[in-house]
Design a protein around this ligand. Structure first.
Ligand SMILES: *Cc1c(COP(=O)(O)O)cnc(C)c1O
Length: 348
């Protein structure tokens, strides 16, 4: 058994539908730099998926998708409001500030990785003078870095909050498919119908080899975005290989199926973890992540047994991730080993 499987959803491989689409796209010659039939088809498939005439770009990774999307919404003297645990703040090495030529990121807190609306209001209203970086964008993550979700109503409220303060609304959707799979609503309802201007839609963690889509619902904001991508080294010459997996996974339904599977596995994994009384859930399991508090001795014993999982993410608890590739049998075997290790430590 591979004891790396819960460390991250990007430890997973390429899912069969994405792989098949790549193989089909690999037949012969094709035009380059996005001027190919696969890219056109992927954009159309995403427009169908969101039921609107959005503008779509494909880039190599989430850091580029987020930081270029955010840079296109701001000028250098503006500010972006996000949660303190947001990937753009904690895991992108300052890419947002870099690509926006210095736009300041202002942090707010809130339960379970979700922004507290009152804090956003306070951040916008506490100053209006020329010495303060002008708030311009609200950036949220769906599903959050802590494996939680903004419900449809919460999304609507976030949209209204942004509108009230004249902020553009960006969603980091590295795990947007996981949110859709749990909430079971049309993608439109969680995005443009709720006031989202730009979504960075993750493919990699959900079974693609590489690549994220940047989806502009307000097309005026996409002006010259292609130049931004090129300058940042994010314009793939063989774009068909970034686009084809989207076609395959949207046409065959794997996009939501993979996410639903990962979410279901996370529920089962949480159940197994919680059989040890000393383990406590720290956030509700609403997507494909399980965050638990567990005794140091147990963490050390599992790590010593070769189990790989991180303890530095979010509030520093143990994080277990599931993906399209996680196997229920493997969760059961992990559960059995956990029981054994806990018993050896005289827990449970
Ligand atoms: C994984 C992830 C990304 C993308 O990260 P890259 O490593 O740059 O592809 C973005 N946002 C969140 C919330 C993520 O978990």
């Amino acid at each position: 058994m591979d004891k790396n499987m819960f460390a991250s959803d990007n430890y997973s491989g390429i899912c069969p539908d994405a792989w098949q689409a790549l193989q089909t796209a690999n037949g012969g010659y094709s035009t380059s730099y996005g001027d190919d039939p696969w890219t056109a088809k992927a954009c159309d498939a995403l427009r169908d998926f969101f039921e609107t005439d959005c503008q779509v770009f494909f880039v190599f990774n989430g850091t580029a998708a987020n930081s270029l999307a955010l840079a296109s919404l701001c000028r250098s003297y503006h500010s972006i409001i996000c949660h303190g645990t947001a990937h753009v703040e904690t895991d992108e090495c300052g890419a947002v500030e870099f690509f926006s030529n210095g736009t300041k990121v202002l942090l707010v807190s809130g339960e379970d990785g979700k922004i507290d609306p009152d804090e956003v209001t306070h951040t916008v209203e506490r100053r209006s003078d020329i010495h303060y970086p002008k708030p311009k964008v609200l950036s949220i993550t769906q599903a959050t870095e802590l494996g939680t979700l903004y419900s449809v109503d919460e999304m609507k409220a976030v949209g209204e909050l942004a509108r009230r303060h004249q902020l553009k609304l960006h969603v980091d959707g590295a795990r947007f498919a996981n949110a859709l799979a749990t909430l079971q609503v049309p993608a439109a309802q969680l995005t443009w119908k709720a006031g989202v201007d730009v979504l960075t839609f993750g493919g990699t963690k959900n079974g693609m080899p590489v690549g994220e889509a940047v989806v502009f619902f307000d097309k005026t904001l996409a002006e010259e975005f292609d130049y931004r991508c090129k300058q940042a080294g994010q314009l793939a010459s063989k774009m068909r290989y970034l686009a084809a997996p989207w076609v395959g996974m949207l046409e065959q339904g794997a996009l939501l199926k993979n996410a639903a599977h990962a979410n279901k596995c996370a529920k089962l994994l949480a159940e197994k973890l919680l059989t040890v009384p000393q383990i406590r859930l720290v956030h509700p399991v609403q997507a494909n992540a399980v965050f638990v508090q567990m005794p140091e001795a147990l963490i050390d014993a599992l790590h010593a047994g070769g189990w790989h999982f991180y303890t530095f993410i979010g509030s520093g608890h143990a994080r277990f991730m599931c993906s399209w590739q996680t196997c229920e049998e493997e969760i059961l075997r992990f559960g059995a080993e956990l029981t054994k290790v806990a018993a050896e430590l005289q827990m449970g």
